[in-house]
Design a protein around this ligand. Structure first.
Ligand code: DX5
Ligand code: ZN
Length: 220
């Protein structure tokens, strides 16, 4: 199986001990952390925004993989970048001018990414692929941790991987929602490079051992 990045979704961590959680991730050998920003509009849940990310930035050197589940994200891109986001991912469904948002993220010096909800076709992003560092294929309807993986999304990952090969592009494919050691091998075989895991990661400390479980699952 090809190498992959595990990006733990901080949504399932202990919010009262964020600095400790970030330090524990680094100590366990992780390099990315997935930050789920929710606005109570695009998704039926509210989490955190730029001030909290800025506070975390002071204590952590992890790669801040920022998943914006907010309406009209173009309003806040500069703020997220200033707060310390390394990658900024906007939903295709959340903005009318997706190309403009992607170009703005790149202009700000962050890695641009686009997320697609399970029911959104790949065609929503296909003309932008050359401009993207990553495409996020949602494998649950966003809003909450701990939901079950939606099986048809596996075909969508395969189709995106095929498109990437045909076009000779190098963007990463990220998968988010219901990822577990049990479906890790299938996701990687389908073409995923970055796996987000919330409940299936943070629910099973210690983190170093849990990372090993995902790596072992990838090789099985
Ligand atoms: C869902 C979020 C995910 C979530 C994943 O709206 O975008 O990042 O935290 O959690 P699990 O891995 O528990 O499905
Ligand atoms: Zn997410």
């Amino acid at each position: 199986t090809p190498p992959f990045i595990l990006s733990p979704s901080l949504l399932s961590s202990d919010f009262a001990r964020l600095a400790d959680e970030l330090a524990a991730l680094e100590a366990a050998g992780l390099s990315w952390v997935h930050l789920d920003v929710m606005d109570g509009q695009f998704v039926p849940n509210i989490t955190f925004g730029p001030p909290l990310i800025a506070a975390m930035r002071k204590t952590s050197r992890l790669y801040f993989d920022t998943h914006l589940m907010i309406e009209r994200p173009e309003r806040y891109l500069a703020e997220f970048r200033a707060a310390g986001s390394d990658l900024i991912c906007v939903h295709a469904e959340a903005t009318v001018h997706l190309e403009r948002a992607v170009a703005e993220i790149a202009r700000l010096g962050a890695a641009p990414a686009v997320a697609l909800n399970p029911a959104t076709p790949l065609s929503a992003v296909e003309w932008l692929l050359p401009q993207l560092d990553m495409v996020l294929i949602m494998t649950v309807n966003p809003g909450f941790g701990g939901q079950s993986f939606i099986p048809f999304c596996l075909d969508k990952i395969r189709a995106l991987s095929a498109l990437r090969r045909e076009r000779g592009l190098a963007f990463r494919i990220q998968v988010d929602g219901g990822v577990t050691p049990d479906n890790t091998a299938a996701l990687l075989a389908a073409g995923a490079d970055v796996l987000v895991s919330g409940s299936a990661f943070f629910g099973h400390p210690p983190y170093k051992e849990r990372l090993d479980v995902f790596h072992a699952a990838a090789d099985s």
